[in-house]
Ligand binder design. Structure first.
Ligand SMILES: [Zn+2]
Length: 147
């Protein structure tokens, strides 16, 4: 993980963090009525941790990220708490672009990221993978992840 990147990013966002959260929330919740409940559920766990890089972040830098993309979910799936997990903004973007994935409890990093300094993966196991969310992670790995 590039620590300098996160230190700089945190410094830039610290002062406007609260205002950004309010603005982002208003826009997001208007378009996605279920999103508030899904985010509240993640906050209630009290971990404030990205499931990909496993670093702790302030809430304003954590997205309630869909594992299987929201645009292809049924109405019932959109409300499923097991398809949404906290990801930091950097990892969320990597995940949505298929550059990282979690499959059978292990993190997978695309070869496309080899030239960058995002991850120092010494421990591949990710505890978040379980029977309730495995079908969503498996979908991501087989359909979106760029091996
Ligand atoms: Zn992360």
């Amino acid at each position: 993980m590039n620590h300098l990147f996160f230190r700089t990013y945190n410094l830039i966002t610290r002062t406007s963090c609260y205002k950004n959260v309010i603005l982002q929330s208003k826009v997001l919740f208007a378009n996605r009525p279920e999103q508030k409940k899904l985010r509240k559920n993640l906050i209630s766990k009290g971990e404030n941790q990205c499931i990909i890089c496993e670093r702790k972040f302030p809430l304003c830098l954590l997205d309630a990220a869909h594992i299987k993309p929201r645009m292809i979910l049924t109405t019932l799936e959109k409300k499923n708490i097991y398809n949404v997990e906290f990801m930091c903004k950097c990892c969320h973007s990597l995940f949505d672009n298929g550059l990282v994935s979690i499959y059978k409890g292990e993190i997978h990093i695309s070869n496309d990221l080899e030239q960058y300094d995002f991850f120092d993966i010494t421990r591949k196991e990710r505890k978040i993978y379980n029977n309730q969310n495995s079908l969503y992670f498996d979908f991501h790995y087989h359909n979106i992840y760029k091996k």
